[in-house]
Write a protein that binds this ligand. Structure first.
Ligand SMILES: Cc1ncc(COP(=O)(O)O)c(C=O)c1O
Length: 397
């Protein structure tokens, strides 16, 4: 039985549109992430999963420890459901959530918030001022792990923290250490230019060489700089963790002595954007099915919906991939549509009204903002229907 038959059979009782997660594929992906992490724990990036039931399954596997959450309300919600060791990896300006954190000693024990400036500390302090009793706020400092060359004229990596050098990090660490009610617990330094940029973009040999060169230089520079920063901060205070990396960089990131753990999430679902890395090959695990609703011509079908475009710099790479049957492509003038999506190619000839076309999202967790359920498939059987965050009425972003 091929994959398409297997998925069609497992979900025969469902009406598309719906989303599935192939558990065997996800288990294989998880095992590969753990192998690449070489013994260092993996903190699960929840933005790339967005289903509580799936997060529980992942954390039950050896090699995964803790959650990298994307908003504080999400972290509070997860803590309320018994999750522990939650790092909110992006600064928050949510006063209500901060007040709730400070007022909930149990949650405050398990949640760490991220800052990159004294202004963040001041903001938090004002937000929690009226909480009585007021729990200690665990804080992580985010560092700029981007790559800069040619005297600052070239920059690669996400524009995140202004903290780049060891003196800046040590100064901020000292400010946190002196502030009553705060405790510095960790450092975060995400090298997006390595972890999130595929080094084997198809049909772009020159660009691929440039990317590999940049990534190699950046990795060399980071070993030294992250090492210096971590040493400097450890002179000020003990650290529970130093987090770096992502799905695309794990084996490189864990080589650094200063790094105690890596973050990863996308590699579990293995969405389309992660096809273009030399260092690993994942199994597409999260898919969505759309029904064929018309046949405008012999080599064309139209499916319902489809415009589930991924975030980031807009372009064709952010479109979902028509996956099964193989060989379908978008109509250039329409792309992935709001309500319907025409698909062209010989493979359309055999499709009838009501058949499914299976797609992959360009990114991982964003798929779950479109569906309230992830149907969990093992082999050719549907074993569970797990709510996504959206399915639980939670839309954090
Ligand atoms: C701070 C941080 N760490 C790690 C990651 C990597 O996540 P993933 O493995 O899902 O690509 C991201 C992704 O954006 C991130 O923002």
């Amino acid at each position: 039985m091929d994959e398409r038959q297997r998925y069609d059979r497992a979900t025969a009782a469902l009406e598309p549109p719906f989303a599935i997660l192939d558990l065997a594929a996800m288990r294989a992906n998880a095992a590969d992430l753990v192998r690449r992490a070489g013994g260092k724990p993996i903190r699960v990036a929840s933005k790339s999963v967005r289903s509580r039931a799936v997060l529980e399954r992942v954390l039950a596997m050896e090699g995964f420890r803790g959650i990298m959450a994307f908003t504080l309300p999400e972290a509070l919600w997860l803590a309320g459901h018994g999750f522990t060791d939650i790092l909110v990896a992006y600064p928050t300006a949510d006063r209500h959530a901060l007040a709730a954190l400070a007022g909930d000693a149990q949650a405050a024990r398990h949640i760490t918030v991220t800052i990159d400036s004294a202004a963040h500390l001041d903001f938090i302090e004002t937000a929690v001022a009226s909480a009585r009793p007021r729990a200690e706020i665990r804080v992580c400092i985010d560092l700029d792990a981007g790559y800069v060359a040619f005297g600052g004229k070239f920059r690669a990596g996400a524009l995140r923290s202004p903290i780049r050098e060891s003196e800046q990090a040590a100064d901020l660490a000292a400010i946190v250490a002196k502030r009553p009610g705060f405790r510095l617990t960790g450092l975060l330094a995400y090298e997006a230019q390595i972890a999130g940029v595929g080094d084997a973009p198809p049909g772009k040999a020159l660009y691929a060489r440039a990317i590999r060169l940049m990534q190699a230089q950046s990795a060399r520079e980071l070993v030294m700089r992250r090492g210096r920063i971590v040493n400097a901060v450890r002179q000020v205070t003990d650290l529970e963790f130093v987090n770096g990396g992502g799905t695309g960089s794990i084996e490189r990131t864990v080589r650094e002595k200063a790094i105690t753990e890596v973050a990863a999430g996308s590699g579990l679902f293995h969405p389309r954007l992660f096809d273009f890395y030399r260092r690993f090959t994942g199994h597409p695990a999260a898919l969505f099915a759309l029904p064929v609703v018309r046949r405008p011509g012999p080599d064309t079908v139209t499916v319902l919906g489809g415009g589930y475009v991924a975030s980031g710099s807009a372009g064709p790479s952010r479109l979902p991939q028509p996956y099964l049957p193989a060989g379908l492509r978008y109509a250039p003038d329409e792309g992935a549509g709001e309500v319907q999506t025409p698909l062209l190619g010989q493979a359309a000839q055999d499709l009838r009204i009501g058949d499914r076309v299976w797609f992959r999202h360009a990114k991982a967790g964003e798929l779950c903002e479109r569906f309230d359920t992830l149907h969990l498939v093992d082999g050719d059987t549907l074993v569970e229907s797990a709510p996504t965050y959206r399915g639980e009425g939670q839309t954090f972003l």
